[in-house]
Design a protein around this ligand. Structure first.
Ligand SMILES: *Cc1c(COP(=O)(O)O)cnc(C)c1O
Length: 367
């Protein structure tokens, strides 16, 4: 139906840099003279070891991850981390405090409650997750084993612009839809994890960055595959890892490094999001419900207030090659996911369409 590539505003899996996919395509059947695809390659081969180590080193360079942390390439998608985090990090009091700023955070807390004493420190649920609560060290239980936050709320579009100070208690962050989009100080976290399908590569792969002193506390009955320490001891090669997904992730990391790294991405992302929110705020028809202070750079949520008009907007946008703008099924309205790989031109095309739609429909909800 589309003759060329569209601007894909999907929340995930989502756009990847075209250069990355073209390189993967050109190396698909014969990876750099190996005579085989990465898909066909033993995970114990030197060629694959080199792909894995280079990917890890490039991610370390991009995020300034020190040797105090292990970087793991795991499977099971983001959702498995909802269980792996409590299974491995509940270790002394078996208490953990969660800040619920969206549906992913809520699911994480519900899953963790199977393993320990989980308290919701603060939640923005009753306000439709339109802001990030102010919390400080005093809000958390002093004997909590960890504090859990979700960096960017993919569904409702609020993010932590500043992470809470948790003192000596390890801060755990689900950064699935925010990783590599803006600079963060990894040293402030005990554990950061991210599903790959938002900003990195193929779905299924998940990246875990864990401070080494938090390894080794999983109880003995923990399944091997769910034990961070075993995965770290085997440098992500305990069993066959998702080799092709790791290869594509590595191409994305290299692409980012060669294009200014995270600072360049952050500058571009701030520009894209700034232009889009300004367009929405200055329109007659559209509103962005998230508090300006907490607005996501990646997940721009907006609506007209009339579900039928929202649907017309989404359908007409699609006809112009601006696809997947419908909001999450539980949120309604619209959501433009503008990850690193969404070019400025894609956001500009969306802005032109929003302005045009606003002019046509601002008088009332007639077509
Ligand atoms: C997408 C997403 C998840 C879930 O990832 P799956 O790989 O589908 O399990 C979890 N948290 C956040 C913030 C996400 O954006």
């Amino acid at each position: 139906m589309f003759k060329s590539r569209v601007y894909n505003f999907s929340a995930g899996p989502s756009m990847l840099p075209l250069e990355v996919m073209e390189q993967a395509a050109s190396e698909m059947t014969n990876y750099r003279g190996c005579g085989m695809s990465v898909m066909e390659m033993s995970h114990r081969s030197q060629d694959f070891e080199s792909i894995l180590r280079t990917a890890e080193q490039d991610l370390r360079d991009l995020m300034h991850i020190s040797q105090d942390y292990s970087v793991l390439f795991l499977q099971g998608g983001g959702t498995l981390q909802f269980a792996m985090v409590p299974m491995n990090l509940l270790r002394k009091s078996f208490k953990a405090d969660y800040v619920v700023t969206g549906t992913w955070a809520k699911k994480a807390a519900e899953e963790a409650a199977k393993f320990g004493d989980i308290r919701i420190t603060a939640s923005s649920e009753s306000d439709g997750y339109t802001y990030t609560p102010d919390v400080t060290a005093e809000n958390f239980r002093t004997d909590a084993d960890y504090i859990y936050v979700t960096g960017n709320n993919t569904v409702f579009g609020a993010r932590w612009a500043q992470y809470p100070d948790t003192g000596d208690i390890p801060l755990v962050c689900d950064l699935s839809s925010g990783i590599l989009s803006e600079e963060i100080d990894v040293n402030r976290f005990g554990l950061i994890w991210a599903g790959a399908q938002k900003n990195i590569g193929p779905a299924g792969l998940v990246i875990v960055i864990i401070r080494k002193d938090l390894l080794g506390f999983a109880p003995p009955e923990t399944p091997t595959m769910l034990n961070y320490q075993i995965m770290a001891e085997h440098a992500s090669l305990y069993n066959t890892p998702p080799t092709y997904a790791i290869y594509v992730a590595g191409l994305t990391f290299r692409f980012l490094k060669e294009n200014g790294g995270v600072p360049a991405m952050e500058a571009l992302n701030r520009k894209k999001a700034g232009l889009l929110y300004r367009c929405i705020d200055s329109s007659k028809l559209f509103t962005a419900p998230v508090a300006p202070r907490d607005r996501s750079l990646m997940s721009v949520v907006f609506k007209t207030g009339d579900p039928e008009l929202d649907k017309i907007f989404v359908d007409q946008a699609r006809e112009r090659g601006l696809v997947n703008l419908a909001g999450h099924r539980i949120a309604g309205g619209m959501r433009a996911s503008i990850y690193n790989a969404m070019p400025l031109e894609g956001v500009e095309a969306l802005i032109r369409f929003i302005e045009e739609f606003d002019r046509t429909h601002a008088g009332g909800p007639h077509v």
